[in-house]
Design a protein around this ligand. Sequence first.
Ligand SMILES: [Zn+2]
Length: 318
Amino acid sequence: MKTKVDIISGFLGVGKTMLIKKLIKDALGSEKIVIIENEFGEIGIDGNSFLENNVQVKEMTSGCICCSFKNNFKKALLEVIDVYNPDRIIIEPTGVAKLSDILKILENESIKDKITVNMILTVINPEKHGLYLNTFGNFYKNQIIYAKTLIFSRAQNFSKENLERFALSIKELNSKANLITSPWNHIEGDLILRMCENISEDLLFSNPRLSKSSKINSISTSKPIKASDIFDSLSIKTSKFFSEKYLEELFYGFNKENHCGFIIRAKGIVQVSENKWIQFDYVPGEFNIIDSTYFDTGKIVIIGENLNKNKLSELLAL
Ligand SMILES: [Zn+2]
């Protein structure tokens, strides 16, 4: 039997891991699953958080599977199928990966016969849609255009009118995809799964946008741009203690003296005091913190544009 391959894409910090956890908990408990989790930074953080025993996590860090890590990704896929023979592989690309590039890799001769591309799901934070469209058009649009299903994160924070407005703007980019606008914490995971899977046409091999490479070029620039050309990333291990306030001010760039560039994503697990660890997550306009269990060392991953890496290391590392 061919292995099902699901791709859960979405821009940085949108909540992909949270959605994957929900799908596994609600609907995929009886399947043998391998998650390929790709982190742009050198340190994987989410990988620690899957504890279900039907789930294996393979972390790929320090590069992006759609561009700089293409060959490693191919190898990893084949290896996962060979070693684990899972029912399903869930791919969580980096937030800046191009969906079309990943789909192209899955079309590769050595892989194509062993898998069925199943879900192609992109998570969108409606609140950040305008900002990301203007700032990171190329990567961001690509994740919407090539998705089969689009789902809103944080939908519960918006009025019905606003959600409809967002939905219209997203439909302009991709009118064919299923769009799930209900808050996902109110929907059972197996319903989400059915909505994603109940599309008989296999996009990968029948979508004209993918089968003619000339068309692919027409939506990107003539010279392929890699995520690493635009985004900087920095991974830091640290044994310093941090207050929530300190981190928040640093990421938001409130303190002009400590300005470190445009941070579009920061996440990590750090120590607040001798006995307290927190896991934090920053995207522009939003800083979330939850308690974390003890860790061997603090880890921080930062992604952004024009990052002042020396300054950041000076402020965060020890
Ligand atoms: Zn990439």
